[in-house]
Ligand binder design. Structure first.
Ligand code: PMP
Ligand code: GLN
Length: 386
């Protein structure tokens, strides 16, 4: 008997798990899988701990606890000027991942087309395909990551139901500018589609770039779902608290899937995230400047190593490095295994994020780590590559 589902069976183990396991095995510094190495903001942790004892721990409402839904609405207004009715236009999910899955299962019918821009975060494709969606891929490439308007238009058709936009984009570290967003919004409107916007890195945007939500463009308010995550905004990736904003009609359709996927999310964590989102602007500015400084630190030290050429990183917590000049003979996958086992530093191969014609000379480092860890990683690589 073939136990595997026909669609999911074709996917291997995710690159994050594979590289993290290898890092552990070789006692290597893990700059592969994207997660910060701190404990998270103390006041948010305290709120979670206190809520565990002071509030009910039974099933919270399916759409999320009211204080978090109100905080999500307030956050939309404060940062993007979007007016949101918390009772009908927000939904709390178990991480952005479940929110995305609920969008795909709740909105797609078999045969519907979904426009995606690769390199892609790894959970999109398996879930879209499992939901019966047909991916239509647009490709951007390092080092300039430019979006070809012709290629983008060609990906749309009368069958397009969704477009997925991830900005700031993992792993490209690209922040889509207004001109690109206008182009995307124009096509979404023209083809009467819906935009699913994965904006989990919304508070990590550097060098004067601005995170613009596609939802704020003309005609997009009611055809966009905006998804973000406490995992990134509070450096608590294990918490798995995500939040969705969109029109009542869209949220209702998405909740049809959410109710049967997970129904709800840990109540004390939801309350702590509500507290977190309500903090002053200082919190968000500090997060951004801390990450910016870490990006600079890693990019500067890696650029001093022979053959390592960091690519511009506009946002997220990932740095691309071009390794072509190292003279290494193998692929990016070979290189990541090589530095894990020989230099004691782990990165992830960028080809894992492409479906076809992947560039083979780029690797991705996560810089959301303690400064001492970033320094040690750079000095190990410098020692190895001389
Ligand atoms: N989208 C992107 C682009 C991500 O990088 C990640 C996770 N790292 C997620 C979604 C998933 O977020 P969560 O952990 O909240 O499910
Ligand atoms: N988003 C993280 C990354 O890109 C990892 C998420 C995961 O491990 N599933 O590295």
């Amino acid at each position: 008997m073939n136990l595997k589902n026909k669609v999911l069976g074709e996917f291997g183990t995710t690159v994050f798990e594979v590289m993290s396991r290898l890092a552990l095995e070789h006692n290597s510094i893990n700059l592969g899988q994207g997660f910060p190495d701190g404990v998270g903001p103390k006041n948010v942790l305290e709120k979670a701990a206190n809520s565990l004892y002071s509030s009910p721990n039974q099933y919270p409402p399916m759409m999320g606890v009211p204080e978090l839904r109100k905080a999500v609405a307030g956050h939309n207004k404060r940062f993007y000027g979007i007016d949101v009715d918390w009772e009908t236009e927000t939904m709390i999910s178990t991480g952005a991942t479940e929110g995305l899955a609920a969008c795909f299962f709740g909105l797609l019918n078999p045969g519907d087309e979904v426009v995606l821009i690769e390199p892609l975060y790894d959970c999109y494709l398996p879930i879209i395909k499992r939901a019966g969606g047909i991916p239509k891929m647009v490709t951007i490439r390092p080092p300039d990551w430019s979006l070809d308007p012709e290629q983008l238009r060609a990906a749309f058709s009368a069958k397009t139901k969704l477009l997925l936009l991830n900005t700031p984009q993992n792993p490209a570290s690209k922040v889509y500018n207004l001109e690109e967003l206008k182009l995307i919004a124009g096509l979404v409107r023209e083809f009467d589609a819906i935009a699913i916007c994965d904006e989990v890195y919304e508070h990590m945007v550097f060098d004067g770039n601005e995170h613009i939500s596609l939802m704020t463009l003309p005609g997009m308010r009611d055809r966009t779902i905006r998804i973000s995550s406490a995992g990134k905004t509070f450096s608590l990736t294990g918490w798995k608290v995500g939040y969705l904003t969109g029109s009542h009609e869209l949220i209702k359709a998405i909740a049809k899937a959410h109710q049967f996927l997970v129904f709800t999310t840990a109540p004390n964590l939801q309350r702590a995230v509500a507290f977190g989102l309500n903090q002053d602007d200082d919190y968000f500015e500090n997060l951004n400047s801390e990450m910016n400084a870490k990006r600079d630190k890693l990019a500067n030290s890696l650029s001093e190593i022979a053959g390592f050429n960091p690519v511009a990183c506009e946002g997220s917590y990932f740095l691309f490095v071009d390794i072509a000049d190292t003279g290494f003979g193998g692929t990016d996958i070979d290189f990541c295994k090589y530095i894990t086992t020989k230099a004691g530093v782990t990165a992830v191969p960028v080809s894992a994020f492409y479906q076809s014609n992947a560039p083979k000379n780029f690797i991705r480092f996560c810089f959301a780590k303690k400064d001492s860890i970033l320094d040690e990683a750079a000095s190990r690589l410098a020692a190895h590559f001389g």
